[in-house]
Each structure stands twice: as C-alpha cells, then as structure tokens.
Design a protein around this ligand. Sequence first.
Ligand code: NI
Length: 256
Amino acid sequence: MENYFIDTHSHIDMIDDIDIETIISSAAENGVKKIIIPSADESSFEPVLEICAKYDNVFCMLGVFPQEAKKWNDKTADNIINLAKDNNKVVGIGEIGLDYYWDTSFTDLQKEIFIKQIEIANELELPFAVHDREAHKDTFDLITKYNKGSDVLLHCFSGSTEFARECIKAGFYLALGGVITFKNAKKMKEVAVDIPLERLMLETDAPYLTPVPHRGKTNEPKYIPLIAQEIANLRGVSIEEIAKQTTQNAEKVFKI
Ligand code: NI
C-alpha cells in the first residue's frame, strides 16, 4: 500500500482563515490521510467532536490544557469520561501536562489537573498526549509516578537528546513538528537523529509553528511532508520510510 502520513496533533478547530473542507482536502492531496485534534478546554469539546463526526479520517483527544487548569470544575472529569465512552472518535486524552513558560502562579494546580487526567486516561485505557514547556523534570516524574499502563506521547518534544533517551527508556513516544525545519533548532535536530524511529510521530501543532518555507502563514496538516522530509534528510533515509514507520506508530497507539 502507498505510504501516507498522520498529523497526530493539529488544532484544525482553531484555524479561522481557511475553511475546514479545504484544510482536510489539501491535507489528503499531500498524503496526510488522518488527523488527530487535541482539545484545549471543555468549551472546545463540542466543536471538535462535530468536526470528527463529519469526517471519517479525523479523530480527537479530550483534555484540559495546563494553562487552562483554572477552568477545571467538579463536572469536567465526568464530562470527559462520558463523552469518550460515547464516541469512538475520541482516541486519547490531551492535551494535558505542565507549562512553566507562561504563567507559573498556579503550578500546583497544573500538577493536580495533570494527575487527574492521567488517571482518566488509565481508567478509559486510552493514550495521552503531553504538553511539556520548560517543565521536563516535573512532567517526567508525574508520568512515571502516576501512569498505570497508558501509552504516552510527548507532543512538540523540546528536550535534549539526554532527556529524549530517558523518555524512550521509560517507554514514551515523541512527536516532532515544524520547529525541526528551523535553522536554529539544533537540539531538536539531534533528537530527531538519535531516537529510534519506532518511537517517533509527526505533528504540525497547527495553526502554530508553521514549517520553513511557509513561516508567517497559518500552519495546516498539509505541511506534514516538509517535517518528514527534514527528518529523513537528517537521518539519511527516505521520506517513505519516515511515513511508513511514524504512521504505523500512530495507528498502533491511537488504534486508528
Ligand atoms: Ni497543541
């Protein structure tokens, strides 16, 4: 079968200057055949599920983003659990994690909400996608302490090769995106060469982090091949090999 790509982390619900039909058809024209939308907070669950219901090849994750931790309420956990049980398009919990870059005034709350969502993923037997910004140690420690059996994907991996190796040893998957194409992304390029292909996935994190040569434009799933090509060049392998293995990894973890 012909190789194709999966965009494992794409906020296509947040792209407001291109219509959804165009986003999905141009993705397909560029070999990006499946898309997973992470959610940011409860208010995005419904719009995200609506997109999934309309398109066979679009899936989603439910979760509350660390910087939105204050929006967590008594009903959020049940809401996530019920929606996920009701809907086979919900393939993971995300994006969840820790963000010490923006506002660090409520890191204890961020940790608490992260732990709750790891436990939800475990209960639902779903994988979870992690946002870790300048919080490598706490993120790693909480996952290894609380996760009981869910597959873990560190999205937009931004750590060193040393940290990547530690994560691989712990059994995590890593996703790389458009930043890999930036000239100054030395650390990430080293990670892309070092980690086993069996643990790598691709993502755009659209509408953010548009790859070279389209920086300044809205990011879309259709740019995944640029990311794959950069990784292929760095590793000295074919783009087909990157497509095949990363797609296999995503299909296995998310059961899509
Ligand atoms: Ni994201």
